[in-house]
Design a protein around this ligand. Structure first.
Ligand code: 5GP
Ligand code: MN
Length: 348
C-alpha cells in the first residue's frame, strides 16, 4: 500500500469502522471481512460488518458470522446510520461501488476515510487508501500482506487464519487455478502455522451439501447441460420453477459452472439462472478468452479474466438466445487449450 504510514497512523487510535463486501458474498468476500473485523477489534476499534445480501450457510462457521448485519428492509436504517457515522469504511473484494447495491451511494456520500482491498479488474477510483492487485489470487491474500506490512502479524490467531485461508482456498479453486502462486503457498503455510485447520475449512465449505443440492446438481448435469462443440463452450440454464422445485438455497448453484468447464476441450462455461428480479450469469474460462471482457461488453458485469459474472433484464429464453448468438464473434478466441488428448503412461 502506498502511504502505509498514514494508514497505520489512521488506525493507531480507536475508530468507528464499517466493513462491507460484494453482494452474495463468497468465502473470499466474507472471509476477508470477518478476518479484518476480528483484527481491527483486537486493535481496539469498534467494528461493524455489513453484507449487501445474504450468503451461503456453508460460511456460517466463520468467527464473527453471527454479528454480520445483512442489509435488508428491517435494518436499512441501522445500516445507513453505521455508514454515516463510520470514520473509516473498508470495501473488500469488489472494485466498484455498484456491486454493493444501494449501499454504494451511501458509501460514496459518506465523509469516512475509504479503504479498498481487492483483486478484481477495473477498479473505480473512490478510495483514500488502496491495497489492490489483480495478481493476487484472493482478497484475503492481500489482507494478509497488509497486516504483515503493518507489522501486526502477531495479531493473526487461528480464527483469523481460517477466514483468510478460506478465501485463498476457494479463489484458487483449491490450489488448481493459474493464480496459485508461490506466494499463495507461502501465505498458506504461514496461516497453517497460525493454527488454521485446513481440513475443517474444506469440510465446511465443500462437504456440507444438502441432499436436495446434490439432486439439483444431478438434474442440472443430466437435463440442463448444453455443449456447443463448435465454440468449445458449455452452459447450464436454470429457470425459476427449477430453483423452487429443488428448494434451492443461496449458494446451491455455486460451483455448478465448474462442471461445465471440466468437460475436455471446453474453454468457456456459463450458468444462467432466472432469479426472478433478473437473469444472473456466472462465467468461467480457461486460457486467453476473457470472461471479464465478455461480461462487461454484453451483460453489465465484470470480475476476473477467467471468472466473472453479469446480468440480463431480458427473459431467460431471450438471454440464452443472445448468449448463443454472441459466440460466433469469439470463435477465434475460443480455442481449446489442449490440442491433443491427455495420454496415460501405462508403464508406470
Ligand atoms: P461468480 O460467478 O462466482 O458469482 O463470480 C465470479 C467473479 O465475478 C467474482 O469475482 C465476482 O465478484 C465477479 N462478479 C460476479 N457477478 C458480477 C457482476 O454482476 N458484476 C461484476 N462487476 N462482477 C461480478
Ligand atoms: Mn475474491
Amino acid at each position: 500500500m502506498q502511504n502505509l504510514n498514514a494508514f497505520k497512523e489512521l488506525l493507531d487510535s480507536p475508530k468507528k469502522v464499517a466493513i462491507t463486501t460484494h453482494q452474495k458474498p463468497d468465502a473470499d468476500a466474507l472471509g476477508s471481512s470477518l478476518a479484518l473485523a476480528a483484527f481491527l477489534k483486537k486493535k481496539g476499534h469498534k467494528v461493524f460488518v455489513i453484507s449487501p445480501t445474504d450468503y451461503p450457510a456453508f460460511l456460517n462457521w466463520m468467527k464473527g458470522d453471527d454479528e454480520v448485519i445483512i442489509y435488508n428492509q428491517q435494518n436499512e436504517g441501522r445500516s445507513h446510520k453505521i455508514i454515516e457515522e463510520a470514520e473509516v469504511v473498508f470495501c473488500l473484494d469488489f472494485s466498484s461501488l455498484h456491486r454493493i447495491n444501494e449501499l454504494g451511494e451511501k458509501v460514496r456520500q459518506s465523509s469516512a476515510v475509504k479503504v479498498l482491498i481487492d483483486h478484481h479488474l477495473d477498479p473505480e477510483d473512490f478510495a483514500d487508501f488502496t491495497k489492490w492487485s489483480t495478481k493476487a489470487a484472493a482478497t484475503t491474500e492481500l489482507l494478509y500482506e497488509l497486516i504483515v506490512e503493518m507489522g501486526d502479524q502477531h495479531l493473526i490467531d487461528k480464527d483469523i487464519a481460517e477466514c483468510l485461508y478460506a478465501g485463498i482456498m476457494t479463489d484458487t479453486g483449491s490450489f488448481r487455478h493459474p493464480n496459485t502462486t508461490k506466494n499463495v503457498h507461502l501465505i498458506t503455510a504461514a496461516l497453517i502455522e497460525k493454527g488454521a485447520d485446513v481440513s475443517k475449512v474444506s469440510r465446511f465449505i465443500y462437504d456440507t451439501n444438502s441432499l436436495e443440492k446434490l439432486k439439483f446438481i444431478g438434474y442440472a448435469l443430466s437435463e440442463k447441460l448444453v455443449v456447443l462443440k463448435e465454440f468449445n463452450t458449455a452452459y447450464i440454464s436454470i429457470n425459476a420453477e427449477e430453483l423452487s422445485k429443488f428448494n434451492s438455497k443461496t449458494g446451491d448453484t455455486e460451483g455448478l459452472v465448474n462442471y461445465a468447464l471440466s468437460i475436455e476441450g471446453i474453454v468457456f462455461a456459463a450458468i444462467i439462472i432466472d432469479r426472478n428480479d433478473m437473469i444472473k450469469m456466472s462465467f468461467r474460462s480457461l486460457g486467453e478468452f476473457s470472461v471479464n471482457a465478455f461480461a462487461k461488453n454484453h451483460f453489465d458485469g465484470g470480475g476476473h479474466k477467467n471468472a466473472a459474472g453479469g446480468k440480463s433484464n431480458l427473459s431467460l429464453e431471450e438471454t440464452l438466445k443472445l448468449f448463443e448468438e454472441l459466440l460466433p464473434r469469439y470463435k477465434e478466441k475460443l480455442n481449446p487449450l489442449l490440442k491433443k488428448p491427455y495420454t496415460t503412461n501405462v508403464e508406470n
